[in-house]
Design a protein around this ligand. Structure first.
Ligand code: HEC
Length: 409
């Protein structure tokens, strides 16, 4: 009897006595905070990460994805080497080590009684929403011969007075196929007319658009799944004009069953803000990417005065890097004229067209007209047979940085 009892204890070590990480105690809380918003039922990610069974079947994939920082999707380096951002979806090095050590140790389960609470369903803007863009006619995403469908819809928010977008949320019609949504404000009536022409040529209910809306415009909102409400920095908002319809660019992927979508964009639009947040595209369109190069750099250095025509001070509050499918990495810094110092705005070591975010700085950066912006875009053109130039098409490229600025009073 005595011997038998001893043998039993030996075969089943008490989980509390292993000192490596355990699923419920150490790994599940990291996943609950950083992964579950997308990896759960009805959301964009293709599988769930909600309990021991769903996580342990993909354990080594998870370890790889966090080691390479492919997941959670957040392309800008937030380590502080370059910059740090509001709402950064960024794992700390020790969190990555916990996941990797747990997988290496054979994924011990721990005690389900210690399971963390999964994040509550996020709440939306609710009564804060003042205006909406509603797709009246549902659109059936077209995945014939392609994994992705990019479509622009022209929708009027019904503004009777100019106002400022201070926050927005997207209510995806079919969350399983809505990958990202970008809302553009046409620059003027002529730009709007061109958009209507494109829609007419496409036979109605939107038009195909890949890298942007294909007409002169600025960005009002950029959304990717994982967060409900996107607030602009306190006291700031992006101007929208009365009577001007907006262009909603939808990126659909992961074709599902019905593929029918009618997405709504809700805005909080206020009549006044302390500071107008101006979004504009900083563009290096003078690019020629020769074929067959694993790493080809296009860089451009221009002073703010030369680029904007404005010689006074500007505060940079955030940026949105943008390239197309052969983009490899993007980097931007300010070089201050008076001190020879630099300030890193954004470093995207691994570009991914699927995840386009706006990155709002934890601390704004003030520049003056004579300071310069260095914008570097790198491409991998190994699969191309011809030179790639700037353009809107899937086979064209861009080297672009959306800048979110205010003009200090
Ligand atoms: C913002 C939504 C979102 C969040 C947050 C997120 N994922 Fe994902 N994940 C996706 C989507 C969508 C895919 C499908 C592939 C793609 O589109 O990149 C995916 C794919 C994956 C894959 C398979 C592809 C690959 O790159 O290895 C793994 C593994 C993964 N996620 C793990 C995680 C882990 C672990 C976390 C948290 C640390 C996480 N994900 C957080 C949306 C998300």
């Amino acid at each position: 009897m005595f011997l038998f009892a001893l043998a039993c204890t030996g075969a089943e070590p008490d989980p509390a006595e292993t000192d490596g990480p355990l699923y419920y105690e150490d790994v599940a809380p990291i996943l609950a905070d950083n992964c579950v918003s997308c990896h759960q039922e009805g959301q964009i990610a293709p599988f769930y990460l909600v309990d021991y069974d769903s996580v342990s079947v993909v354990g080594s994939q998870i370890a790889d994805s966090v080691t390479d920082r492919r997941m959670p999707p957040f392309l800008a380096d937030n380590s502080g080497e370059c910059n740090t951002y509001e709402h950064a979806a960024w794992l700390e090095d020790d969190e990555i080590a916990t996941i990797v050590d747990w997988v290496d140790a054979g994924m011990p389960e721990g005690d389900p009684a210690n399971a963390p609470e999964l994040p509550a369903a996020p709440t939306g803007l609710e009564e804060r929403a003042t205006h909406s863009l509603v797709m009246d006619t549902p659109y059936i995403a077209d995945f014939e011969g392609a994994d992705d469908d990019y479509r622009c819809f022209i929708i009027d928010p019904g503004l009777t007075e100019d106002g400022y977008v201070t926050a927005f949320e997207i209510d995806p019609g079919d969350p399983e196929i809505v990958h990202h949504v970008i809302v553009y404000h046409p620059s003027d009536e002529a730009a709007l007319a061109s958009a209507y022409e494109l829609e007419e040529d496409a036979g109605g209910n939107g038009y195909t658009c890949f890298g942007g809306p294909n007409v002169d415009s600025s960005m009002v909102a950029a959304w990717a799944p994982g967060r409900m409400i996107w607030d602009y920095p306190e006291g700031t908002g992006i101007k929208v004009e009365a009577g001007m319809p907006l262009i909603v660019q939808m990126h659909y992927n992961n074709g599902g069953t019905s593929n029918e979508d009618a997405t709504t964009v809700n805005f909080e639009i206020q009549p006044e803000v302390d500071e107008e947040l101006i979004s504009f595209f900083w563009v290096n369109s003078d690019i020629a990417i020769p074929p067959g190069e694993e790493l080809h750099e296009e860089s451009q250095k221009t002073s703010f005065k030369n680029y904007t025509g404005y010689s006074g001070d500007l505060d940079i509050l955030g940026v949105g890097p943008h390239m197309h499918s052969i983009g490899h990495s993007e980097y931007a810094e300010v070089q201050f004229k008076d001190t020879d110092e630099t300030a890193c705005l954004v470093d995207v070591p691994r570009w991914d067209f699927n995840w386009q975010f706006a990155y709002m700085f934890e601390e704004r950066i003030r520049v003056s007209g004579g300071d310069k912006l260095l914008l570097e875009c790198n491409y991998d053109s190994s699969d191309r047979t011809d030179t790639t130039y700037w353009g809107d098409g899937t086979g064209d490229e861009m080297c672009l940085l959306t800048l979110y600025v205010t003009v200090p009073q």
